[in-house]
Design a binder for this molecule. Structure first.
Ligand SMILES: Nc1ncnc2c1ncn2[C@@H]1O[C@H](COP(=O)(O)OP(=O)(O)OP(=O)(O)O)[C@@H](O)[C@H]1O
Ligand SMILES: [Mg+2]
Length: 510
């Protein structure tokens, strides 16, 4: 598994995510458990102090005779509390009471606790037997006489062992009589927590190793279809673009990827087909003039020719080379418009001057066929932003066609209009028209259809150049035609400044 691979990334991310979750959840569990155990210990201590208070009350009830010294009675009660086991087993007895009532306090077990009683009046302390000198000192330091009226709970440390300590006031007839301090070991709590901590934290590395193995297994499964699709895609070459990728996996994303791959191959196949067709057209268009030049030269070189014959040969070579030049110029212009439109120079130019110049030039050509070219400018817009040189080429191509496909004596109308956003130029002729089957093909490269009796065969690039040039200007060329009636080409070019609302005829020329 390589570091840059998706498999590696999935495995690592999954493991990190799981590890973080595991540590967070374990810590949460540990803290909840430790708080819960601490609270239990506090409840146990509070219950014990309550039971001791009740025990002392019961002792007084059993033994106290009116007129006796109550303090003496309390001292006896405390003595019995701290020596409870001995009184239970009757090793110790009191004259004033038999020990039978002790049975109701069987559940009171103080054998494990360190207990300290402090008589508030006499300041005399009493301890359970397990309280040795060291513990006694800690007790004496710990007792908080300033807050003797209230319950205090705190942690203390004795001989490297943690204890929980409760300090509880005991009242008699509304007066503070003494303070009880009970310290109970937290050994069990610490042990339980340590055990849990060990289980939780020692199990994490084990779970992480397991997570790595599981995520590796799943990432392998996830990536497998991608690898498989890639290996099939590798077999698709430009020599055989008919192949399509198939997948046996049903995953949504894999299906999307395969569909995208196949669509891309479709497009490539079309593009390759187009290039092959284009090449064969170019070769064909160039082959004819080259063959003519070749033939003319061969004849001229075969035997001595007269001056006139050489002139004729040179004329033919000149004509054919002009055709070849036009083809190469057209192809270069198409390539420029389709692939490097940024090379066009956009500048503001005068619309009237622009169309006057075009019509003037075309009228000279149309003169031969006695065709009238009428120019109508129906907009107040004076300027347009665009590449004037190439837009000129666009309109010349369309008007040239109109002249070419219109019979003697026909009319060509060039109307310049505008709407809110566009300049609209209509070029309509009274020519042969275009049939509905052909109309969708006329913008294709190398498509041409000329009447059989015509001598004006072109190469079929004029309209595709016009369309590409319109697109460079974010515009388009549209066509409408009726066979034998005429054709109207509409050139739509976006204008940057908004045109005036009213659109009146400014001038007309013909
Ligand atoms: N005004 C028109 N009237 C009738 N048919 C037209 C007209 N303009 C174009 N066509 C048809 O569309 C075809 C393609 O036109 P296009 O200008 O691309 O090529 P071409 O004029 O044949 O050759 P080229 O312009 O490269 O010299 C023409 O051959 C013709 O059949
Ligand atoms: Mg043309």
């Amino acid at each position: 598994m390589r570091i840059q691979s998706i498999k590696f990334k999935i495995t690592i991310l999954y493991t990190i995510a799981l590890g973080t979750l595991l540590v967070a959840y374990s810590s949460y569990l540990y803290l909840t458990l430790s708080r819960g155990l601490g609270e239990d210990l506090d409840i146990e201590l509070k219950t014990k102090t309550k039971q001791i208070k009740y025990f002392i009350e019961e002792f007084n009830r059993q033994t106290f005779q009116p007129g006796e010294n109550i303090d003496k009675n309390f001292d006896d009660a405390i003595d019995m509390t701290i020596n409870l086991d001995e009184y239970r087993s009757r090793e110790l007895t009191l004259k004033a009471t038999n020990n039978d009532w002790l049975k109701s306090f069987d559940h009171l077990d103080l054998s494990e606790d360190y207990i300290y009683f402090l008589n508030v009046d006499s300041n005399v302390p009493a301890f359970t037997k397990n309280v040795n000198g060291e513990i006694k000192a800690v007790f004496l330091n710990t007792v908080d006489k300033n807050n003797s009226m209230q319950r205090i709970l705190k942690n203390i440390r004795l001989n490297n062992e943690y204890f929980r300590l409760i300090q509880e006031p005991v009242y008699f007839n509304g007066k503070l009589k003494f303070i009880i301090l009970i310290a109970t070991s937290q050994k069990t709590l610490v042990m339980v927590l340590k055990e849990r901590r060990d289980i939780l934290f020692f199990s994490i590395p084990f779970v992480l190793v397991l997570a790595i193995l599981i995520s590796k297994y799943f990432s392998d499964r996830l990536v497998k279809p991608i690898v498989e699709v890639a290996s099939v895609a590798e077999q698709v070459t430009h020599k055989d673009l008919s192949q399509r990728i198939k997948t046996r996996y049903n995953d949504e994303e894999i299906k999307i990827m395969v569909a995208a791959f196949n669509k891309m191959i479709d497009r490539l196949q079309k593009a390759f087909g187009h290039i092959a067709e284009f090449n064969s057209h170019v070769a064909h268009e160039l082959k004819t003039p080259i063959a003519i030049i070749n033939g003319e030269c061969e004849v001229a070189l075969r035997k001595e020719q007269s001056n006139n014959e050489y002139k004729e040969t040179l004329k033919a070579v000149f004509e054919e080379s002009k055709k070849m030049l036009k083809i190469t110029e057209d192809l270069l212009l198409l390539a420029k418009a389709d692939y490097v439109p940024e090379n066009f120079v956009f500048e503001e130019f005068d619309l009237n001057e622009f169309f006057e110049e075009i019509c003037g030039k075309e009228r000279k050509i149309a003169l031969e066929k006695e065709i009238d070219i009428k120019l109508k400018v129906l907009t107040k817009i004076r300027t347009l932003k665009g590449d004037a040189l190439h837009l000129r080429r666009l309109f010349l191509n369309i008007i040239n066609n109109a002249i070419k496909f219109t019979s003697k004596g026909g009319v060509i109308n060039l109307t310049v209009k505008a709407d809110q956003n566009n300049l609209i130029v209509e070029i309509s002729d009274t020519g042969i028209g275009i049939s509905s089957e052909d109309i969708n093909k006329i913008f294709d490269q190398f498509y041409q259809k000329v009447p059989t009796d015509s001598h004006t065969r072109g190469i079929g690039l004029g309209l595709s150049i016009a369309q590409s040039l319109a697109k460079v200007h974010s515009g388009k060329v549209k066509v409408q035609s009726i066979v034998d009636k005429g054709t109207t080409f509409t050139v739509i070019l976006p204008i940057l400044s908004s045109p005036p609302k009213s659109q009146e005829a400014i001038y007309t020329t013909s």
